[in-house]
Design a protein. Structure first.
Length: 368
């Protein structure tokens, strides 16, 4: 019988959620270092400062996180007096800024609060960070002792961010349900990952139901209900699932073949450099469902992808048939390849990519 601790995040959401900050953080001190990306700080710092007028909380001047989630940048941020002397850490921006702050908060033993300015990933609520080398190659996963304490998801800031980031976030989040289901299939799950698998089942339908409308609201810079539902799904729902299905040592049921397509595509410069993570993963979802012979669900997601411009064919992510062996060779080396009880083969993986693309071409031809 194992003894373990599992910490869950809390969140506030809406166009005025920064007004809740003081009430949430006041028990943790009176000073906060605000660290993030340059654009994020331009968009969010002033609004946060205005929301805190009349409270006892003092913010540092904006601190740039360094531009990438590397341990070198984390050490740089942790060495700054404004950060070392603060009672708490506010991470503002996208996934790499937030992940850098997870490392800083862990190193300095400070409470961490997150302020996502885009809805493209679940980093603001997860107890895992993706770290890179200074040359931007993947380094490793960093596992802090707990997830951020509270996330403040300002939907007006999200609505004013580039639409393509929300679009890619939808593509990435579409993978959560099918990947977790595949990883956990046939396993006798204990309490925590069992909750994760159950929660994963609620991640796809809101994206399909509200996704197209949410993108339209984003184009109009409108913090509407559809955008809020989709942002919550991308940031909170998938993040909670990640926390329930991932540990540093015991299990990793958080992703599978859809992300294998992405990791493989990064070795093909035309694809990896020109297409967003979630964009490629969304085609990976079609590949996974094809490999798994879940054609009904694949065709449902395929139709949705086509309706919002997410890829349904290999050529839309600049992959050719000649590239697929490279994709498969890389895919077979990553953790996600081994997370399922099912044994995958590179030959079947390549065929699944080809078959998914053929289904996409047929759909596009039929719906000209």
């Amino acid at each position: 019988m194992n003894t373990y601790t599992n910490c869950l995040p809390a969140w506030s959401v809406g166009p005025d959620c920064y007004k809740e900050v003081w009430n949430v953080v006041r028990r943790y001190g009176r000073t906060a270092a605000v660290v993030g990306g340059k654009t994020a700080l331009e968009k969010g710092y002033g609004k946060l400062k205005a929301a805190l007028e009349g409270t006892e909380l003092t913010l540092s001047e904006p601190v740039w996180y360094g531009g990438n989630s590397t341990y070198e940048n984390g050490d740089m941020v942790a060495s700054l007096e404004a950060v070392k002397n603060a009672d708490m850490l506010f991470a503002m921006g996208g996934g790499r800024a937030v992940d850098t702050c997870k490392y800083v908060a862990e190193k300095l033993d400070k409470p961490l609060f997150t302020f996502p300015t885009i809805a493209s990933n679940c980093a603001p609520v997860t107890a895992i960070g993706v770290f890179y080398n200074p040359d931007d190659t993947f380094n490793n996963y960093f596992y802090p002792s707990r997830c951020p304490l509270h996330t403040f998801l300002d939907t007006q800031i999200v609505a004013e961010a580039p639409e393509k980031l929300l679009w890619a976030g939808i593509g990435d989040a579409l993978s959560k349900e099918c990947e977790v289901e595949l990883c956990t299939r046939g396993r006798e799950l204990p309490h925590t990952p069992l909750m994760g698998r159950t929660m994963a089942a609620c991640c796809t339908d809101p994206l399909v139901k509200y996704g197209k409308e949410a993108l339209e609201e984003c184009r109009q810079n409108k913090a509407g209900d559809a955008l809020q539902q989709v942002a919550l799904c991308i940031v909170v729902s998938t993040g909670l699932v990640s926390n329930f299905t991932t540990t540093a040592d015991d299990y990793y049921y958080n992703s599978s073949l859809a992300h294998c397509v992405y990791y493989g595509a990064t070795l093909v410069p035309a694809s990896g450099r020109n297409h967003l993570h979630g964009e490629i993963v969304s085609f990976g979802v079609l590949t996974l469902l094809t490999y798994d012979k879940n054609f009904a669900r694949r065709d449902e997601i395929l139709a949705f992808n086509a309706s919002v411009g997410l890829p349904v064919t290999l050529d839309q992510i600049q992959l050719t048939e000649a590239d697929l062996q490279t994709v498969a060779d890389k895919a077979s080396t990553v953790l996600e390849w081994t997370c399922s009880l099912q044994t995958f083969t590179k030959k079947a993986f390549v065929q699944a990519m080809l078959d998914a693309s053929a289904a996409g071409k047929a759909y596009l031809e039929a719906h000209k």
